[in-house]
Design a protein around this ligand. Structure first.
Ligand code: SAH
Length: 355
């Protein structure tokens, strides 16, 4: 646990159990770990020095073996609809974006899990960056802590969606550590129903996710036909629709909860009534609701947005098939903050910065 100074972990990279072990190694009683957790997550501490109910000596010894970073965006933009996009520059010069979306009585934060992405979905702008690296637990939670610190008290940050840059299940260890602190009793104590992990459907990792966290699950489907899905989402070549469906059927769900299926509607590609009927057949037997996301265009994209009447017709077919289907309104489109448009570029030209 105690590492060379240059390898010092951020205190927010440690699970509660790891922090307890560290405090024991420093000769401290277990309640000291709880005090530190309080500073980290309830107190939003920005430095070890400010943890004033720890002795000066303990703070110095803690700072010898760990560090504590506070993430602030290097840039931010505000859309006409109030949506804010933050660009965080990371310690190695790479950058990620998060999007803070105001609702009537709360905020939702769209959180990133990686810089770039390995999945290569044909319709996603993040995919055009390629993969740079996974975020650490501290970098995932840092986005949440910053957003919490800037929202107004009467519109708190209650909802998180892991729908920013990256594939969360491709960074599962760090995601789970972050979720422990986001949901946990000594952490942010956010509601498990309001924290959603969104995945392309890495079927082999779903069992572990389901065992390890009660957070809500969303799966990006994009097509209910293997040939089409192979083309839109390369992950389908490894985990075809049948394998994905088996993993979803086995996913642990509380009685009142459902899995969200996200279906990006690409004009003329997967938005025909036939595609909707395929989808109705495919979901049979699964406990799901469906979010329809009209494609958000970006420069150089190979797709176009669906016509509004095609979106409505697609939804009608699903509803006639007795499914719950909601059309997701795009937020923050004028600042490229909508779904699939995140592509933070800061630092990417520093090739030496890639790990
Ligand atoms: N890797 C995860 C989370 C990031 S993508 C996942 O795939 O679920 C979040 C959602 O945005 C996914 O449902 C994806 O299909 C959708 N999406 C990606 N690019 C989009 C675009 N250009 N327009 C609309 N939705 C898009």
């Amino acid at each position: 646990m105690i590492r060379a100074p240059e390898k010092k972990p951020d205190l927010r990279d440690l699970s509660a159990a790891e922090l307890q072990r560290l405090m024991a190694e420093l000769g401290q009683k277990p309640f000291r770990a709880r005090q530190v957790l309080h500073w980290l997550y309830k107190g939003g501490a920005t430095s070890i020095a400010e943890m004033t109910d720890l002795s000066q000596d303990l703070r110095v010894r803690l700072a010898r073996v760990t560090r504590l970073a506070w993430m602030e965006p290097a840039h931010q933009q505000q859309a006409g609809d109030g949506t804010r996009k933050f660009l965080f520059t990371l310690a190695d010069g790479l950058a990620v974006e998060s999007v803070l979306i105001p609702e009537a009585d709360h905020h939702t934060l769209c959180v990133s899990s990686q810089v770039g992405c390995r999945q290569g979905c044909a319709f996603c702008r993040t995919a055009t960056l390629g993969f740079k690296r996974s975020l650490t637990p501290a970098e995932i939670i840092g986005q949440v802590l910053y957003a919490r610190s800037v929202v107004e008290a009467d519109r708190p940050l209650t909802n998180l969606v892991f729908m920013g840059m990256g594939e969360p299940l491709d960074n599962l260890d760090n995601l789970l550590k972050a979720l422990e602190h986001i949901l946990g009793p000594h952490g942010l104590q956010m509601s498990q129903r309001k924290v959603t992990v969104s995945t392309v459907g890495l079927a082999d990792r779903l069992p572990r996710l389901g065992r390890a966290t009660p957070a809500a699950l969303a799966v990006s489907l994009g097509a209910a036909d293997d040939k089409l899905r192979d083309r839109l989402m390369p992950v389908n070549r490894r985990f075809p629709l049948a394998a994905l469906k088996a993993a979803l059927a086995a996913y642990p769900l509380k009685p009142t909860r459902r899995i969200t299926l996200e279906y990006v509607l690409l004009g003329g590609v997967n938005d025909r009534p036939d595609h909707a009927r395929q989808l109705v057949r495919w979901v049979r037997g699964l406990k799901v609701k469906i979010n329809l996301i009209p494609f958000n265009p970006f420069a150089g994209a190979a797709f176009r947005a669906p016509a509004p009447e095609d979106v409505a017709r697609f939804q009608d077919v699903l509803v006639d098939g007795h499914l719950t289907a909601i059309i997701r309104r795009s937020r923050g489109q004028d600042i490229d903050a909508a779904c699939g448009q995140l592509a933070a570029r800061a630092g990417l030209d520093k090739s030496g910065a890639q790990r």
